[in-house]
Design a protein around this ligand. Sequence first.
Ligand code: URA
Length: 490
Amino acid sequence: MIYCAALSSHTDFTAWQDSARALCAARTAPEAISWRGPDDPVSLFEDMGLPLAQCPAPTREVKAPKAFIEMARRVICHRDPERFSRLYRILYRLQDNPALIKNQVDTDIIWLSECDKAIRRDRHKMHAFIRFRKIAESGAAREQFAAWFEPTHRIITLGAPFFMRRFAHMDWAIFTPDGSAYWDGLDLTYGAGANRDAVPSEDAVEEQWKTYFASIFNPARLKIGAMQAEMPKKYWKNLPEAALIPDLIAGAQRRSRAMHHSLGAPNPLARTLKAREGVTGPVTAPQTLPQLGEALQGCTRCPLYRDASQPVCGVGPARADLMIVGEQPGDAEDVAGKPFIGPAGQVLDAALGAAGIDRAHSYMTNAVKHFKYEVKGGKRVHRSPDNGDIDHCRWWLDTERKIVKPKVILALGNSALRGLTGKSLKVSAYRGQTLPARDGSVIIPTFHPAYLLRLPNRDDAQKASRDFHQDFKFAASSLQAAQVKAELQI
Ligand code: URA
């Protein structure tokens, strides 16, 4: 007997999941199901199939590993016409063999991870290449923008939430041939596909993009092949700045020589870094904070850049005697592009105030520059960076240290300590001590402010908060001592 599972949407994961769960609970073999999408013609054979409502009663509970559900949620947006049936076959096989998901040589699992990779790549392109055009003057109300984009797959629902966080302050619509998304400051809603005429073609925002692109275009890193792989030609027609590319390439050699002189000789680390697998960030160390901020925007050293809104660079004066190093940006920092502006930042500010340290005179940064998180219940939930994440990012922290030249560095938490020392030292073992660094600075380990916020017991929280404030006062006096020592040496 053949069952016919007809779905009215190409990408509705819940609808597929409901049908798949009912069929799988009734132990319906994959070959006994004909999956049909909204555009698939009805064949005579399928017409003779039984509707899902006639599926027998469940005889087992259907289970699937979280990793499968997460991938299936994305892969449903792939254009492969077989995706409904292939996902079902994997679900069916997982019931007897939950370890299947880890079998990287299984044909179904290879298919699944290839599709997932293609979807994530497509989503990344959408995040990178959408250009909004203003469609209404704001007056007192919010400004309104629209963008046209042609993704390879049907990814509008996967790609749009990023823009909700990034451009929360403006109203916008994104149109693609398969679907559209609308944000009005409160709700993100989805609608039907559109054609290119939905979006006006010219406006002032384009000029801003062109200026921005011309300023970040780094001729010293020009690799035309790589650039076209990252920014494939098919996206160029919708990118105002793409019109500049031929001229920029033509002038690249001249600008590269000029840049070489202004930056000085290349970093001796460059060759080692290039040789290290997976390193695709810049290899010439920036010499100033603005150069560093600009170079960080293109960092793809580790996969964290794919899901974060943006890298978060440190903030503070170009030379600061005190550097404060946290773990990684949180949700608020990821959206704003600045470190320590959320709840942990408030705890930090209180300790700085109590110690008489002026935040504006300190340089504040993180061991890891991109927000690492997972989505739970529709929210982005912080995930701690692992040693690999911290080690990939150390190049940036080291560069910041070389530019800012701090005398005292407050390390907030274990990740910061790892970023600063390259070793897995625990704050619990080193609090109350100073760790001398090779560059002449001293590192003072203390708790991460978020740790204080997480302590459930009031007494523990009060004790930790007292210790935290004490460490900041110790940092303030170490700073004074270092400044006096520097003056005496002169
Ligand atoms: N936590 C951090 O470690 N850094 C931030 O910037 C914010 C929260």
